[in-house]
Design a protein around this ligand. Structure first.
Ligand code: COA
Length: 328
């Protein structure tokens, strides 16, 4: 028996917000954003477009690639920090929109930008341990525009909206898509990247709303330093666990947050730029969706081929981070 990823899909809203547009909104410049981050533009959801709308679009494409019908899906796992509602989950909203049968298990989890790397381990482990799940969907999707303070130049230039989805199937033949996975977290550093308001700790009152506590806050340079070391370390651990060398990796697909972070990881792992997949310039940081969107584009363009060895690595709020090795 094996657990294989048999389909992938992604979705990004049509509305494009360029660096030039941002120049009119806050004190910034295309040159600053491009040289400090590598981002040129990002996508922004329509006002009435929810997280599960975007996730549903991505999942439809992944199911189409896998040739899987809605009534075959028995598990939906949804990684997001920007669910449509606090109750029910974005996974349940998606189930309804996809007409997936009522017996499927559906839940959300959040590991911020590490959502895809966490999710691939979660779904693979659940399918291995339980006879209940034969076909599953993982969705990583964010509507970060709804938690962005559009007057804060430190953060508003970085983020975008988007979704990605994977179909997992239990196969008779042995061999999993996931060869190794390391996921980690450190709650001690949580304040350097967080949304302080809106939960039980700091509910949204008129006063807290005026203090803008409903928006994402980040100390970018602190995050930057932690991110590089964390992703390099778990990548090396995942490579060792899969009994590989970094020279065996066909493609590094890192979380798309900052080009300087991506370059530093590639250099430290000895993976040259021509083996690194990036699309950050077009989408910005889409958090839980970013690795999936980049991988989907690389698969559909023919860059990533069946059998290729992939290293995924991510770092995000929590702090959470991790790396996984896939045989595509
Ligand atoms: N336009 C122009 N200037 C800006 C700016 C903007 N959009 N944002 C910040 N600045 C200014 C700052 O105010 C600061 O000015 P000062 O020196 O006068 O105080 C200066 O640029 C440098 O700021 P700093 O935060 O030190 O820049 P940086 O080189 O660390 O780059 C980030 C900032 C956010 C791009 C970078 O730290 C980063 O990408 N961090 C990691 C982000 C990340 O990975 N987050 C998610 C993990 S999920």
């Amino acid at each position: 028996m094996g657990i294989r990823i048999t389909g992938i899909g992604s979705y990004a809203p049509d509305r494009i917000l360029t660096n030039q547009d941002l120049e009119k909104m806050v004190e910034t410049s295309d040159d600053w954003i491009t040289t400090r981050t590598g981002i040129k533009e990002r996508r922004i959801a329509k006002d009435d477009e929810t997280t599960s709308d975007m996730g549903t679009n991505a999942a439809r494409k992944a199911m189409e690639m896998a040739g899987v019908a809605p009534d075959e899906i028995d598990l939906i796992v949804f990684a997001t920090i920007t669910a449509d509602t606090r109750l029910p989950s974005a996974a349940c909203h998606t189930q309804r929109k996809l007409n997936i049968r009522s017996s499927a298990a559906c839940f959300d989890f959040q590991a911020a930008c590490s959502g895809t790397v966490y999710g691939i381990e979660i779904v693979t482990a659940m399918m291995k341990c339980s006879r209940s799940y034969k076909k599953a969907i993982l969705i990583g999707c964010e509507r970060l525009s709804s938690v962005t303070d559009w007057t804060d130049r430190n953060s508003c230039v970085l983020f975008g909206d988007g979704a990605a989805s994977f179909v997992f199937e239990k196969t008779k033949e042995p061999g999993d898509t996931l060869l190794s996975s390391i996921i980690k977290a450190d709650g001690a550093e949580s304040e350097i990247l967080c949304i302080p308001g809106g939960g039980t700790q700091t509910p949204i009152t008129p006063e807290n709303y005026d203090k803008k506590l409903q928006f994402l806050k980040m100390e970018g340079n602190k995050v930057f330093k932690l991110a590089v070391n964390a992703m390099v370390n778990t990548s090396n651990e995942a490579i060792d666990l899969a009994r590989l060398k970094s020279s065996d990796i066909n493609w590094l697909i890192p979380h798309q947050a900052n080009m300087r972070i991506i370059n530093a990881i590639g250099t430290r792992l000895g993976i040259s730029n021509d083996r690194v997949i990036t699309n950050l310039s077009k989408y910005g940081n889409t958090s839980a969706a970013s690795i999936g969107i980049a991988l989907d584009e690389a698969v559909r363009s023919g860059k990533v081929k069946k059998g290729d060895l992939l290293l995924l690595t991510a770092f995000g709020g929590g702090m959470t981070w991790g790396s996984s090795i896939l045989r595509w």
